[in-house]
Design a protein around this ligand. Structure first.
Ligand SMILES: NC(=O)c1ccc[n+]([C@@H]2O[C@H](COP(=O)([O-])OP(=O)(O)OC[C@H]3O[C@@H](n4cnc5c(N)ncnc54)[C@H](O)[C@@H]3O)[C@@H](O)[C@H]2O)c1
Length: 363
């Protein structure tokens, strides 16, 4: 991969600004990825906190002096997001764009005045999606993301048509895969689409997007199943764990490019009612979110410069997600059995961990 450039020395985050008129709890802003005044750590009500030692008084003083230039602005009735890649006239390529979360992203990006390149398996599904985006500038490119030559063709088509790409959303996905030693054929399919599809997208587009020297963003759709890895569909979990690792490496590589303007983001939806999860149901289960809700969070958090964009749903709060993630990471350092969250000997301990006032470090 040709991504030259000096590593930028780590900058000292020194500027604080509120998300709103008041000090947003624990949110620190500072230079990041070469973009001034980006949030660099989020302290939530769950007890995560920044490591910055600036006093509360000093922080208030800084807040009062520093308006937040990244506040969304209402332009022609649309809340303009502050991520510079999400701008009118710029181009978004979305794989798996014919339905679910991909189509919701297409609707939102179109509402922001962006041009769209929708990729999915079937032309008829793409036609239907494009019809829904009436009024938007959109081209459709039937693509099997598991095949690198088709993803290369997608990239060539996007650049031939529009001359640039601002946003690449590697979102196409499929399930089910299988357990550790069954459904070998499904393993191949799921790894081909969910993992190789994202690898193919990153390999085909990234260098060209970097070379544009304009603000850009690469969003890869992961899953909580790639973080806490519940038993059941090991193949799917592996693909999403791989997407997380790939996207983390991509974020590091991109921020190490001197003057680089492309950011990477890992979108982690909660339970979302889509074709993938409907299983014959026509009505959204109460616990699930709609794809539009996921995209609301995506756009808002991209604007804040967040890398991990983990969505809650109507059943699982951010606090519960954080506890599950922490428990899972602690399996290793506490030498517990693999996937102890689902081990009967640990049921009581895990329940107590969920109910504890706060299992998180305070500094
Ligand atoms: N729905 C959820 O609860 C949920 C939760 C976590 C993560 N995700 C992830 O979100 C992403 C979007 O899924 P969704 O829920 O919107 O489901 P969806 O089925 O509505 O959308 C997935 C799209 O990917 C397309 N696709 C499948 N294989 C493809 C291939 N080889 N090439 C190109 N396109 C292909 C499908 O045709 C479909 O249009 C997936 O990566 C999925 O794993 C979904």
């Amino acid at each position: 991969m040709r991504m030259t450039g000096r590593s930028r020395p780590r900058q000292n985050p020194a500027v604080f600004a509120p998300r709103t008129g008041t000090l947003a709890r624990g949110v620190r802003y500072g230079p990041r990825n070469g973009v001034a005044n980006q949030p660099i750590a989020v302290a939530s009500a769950d007890g995560y906190s920044s490591t910055n030692r600036t006093s509360r008084k000093a922080r208030h003083e800084l807040v009062e002096r520093t308006p937040d230039p990244r506040q969304p602005k209402l332009i022609q009735g649309v809340m303009m997001p502050p991520h510079a890649a999400l701008s009118p006239g710029r181009v978004a390529v979305i794989t798996g764009g014919a339905s679910g979360i991909g189509l919701a992203a297409a609707r939102r990006f179109a509402a922001l005045g962006m041009k769209l390149v929708l990729a999915d398996l079937r032309q008829d599904a793409l036609d239907k999606a494009a019809a829904e985006l009436d009024g938007a500038t959109v081209i459709t490119v039937p693509t099997d993301v598991s095949r690198i030559e088709e993803v290369q063709r997608l990239k060539e088509r996007a650049y031939a048509e529009f001359g640039e790409v601002a946003v690449l959303m590697n979102n196409a996905g499929t399930s089910p895969g299988g357990g550790p030693f069954d459904h070998y054929d499904r393993w191949q399919r799921v790894l081909g689409v969910n993992l190789w599809g994202v690898i193919n997208g990153v390999h085909a587009f990234t260098q060209a997007m970097v070379d544009q020297q304009t603000p850009g963003a690469i969003v890869n759709t992961g899953s909580k199943q790639g973080i806490t890895c519940p038993p059941g569909d090991t193949a799917y979990n592996i693909t999403k764990a791989g997407v997380k690792v790939l996207t983390e490496g991509l974020a590091h590589a991109l921020r190490s490019i001197a003057g680089g303007q492309v950011t990477a983001h890992l979108l982690v939806p909660g339970s979302t009612f889509t074709g993938m999860t409907a299983r014959g149901r026509t009505e959204k289960p109460p616990g699930s979110w709609t794809p539009d809700q996921v995209v609301d969070v995506l756009v808002e958090r991209m604007g804040k410069g967040d890398f991990y964009i983990v969505c809650p749903d109507n059943d699982v709060t951010t606090d519960v997600d954080n506890r599950r993630i922490l428990w899972s990471a602690e399996d290793i350092i506490r030498n517990r059995p693999a996937l102890s969250r689902w081990h009967p000997d640990y049921a009581e301990e895990f329940a107590a961990f969920l109910a504890a006032p706060s299992p998180f470090r305070s500094n």
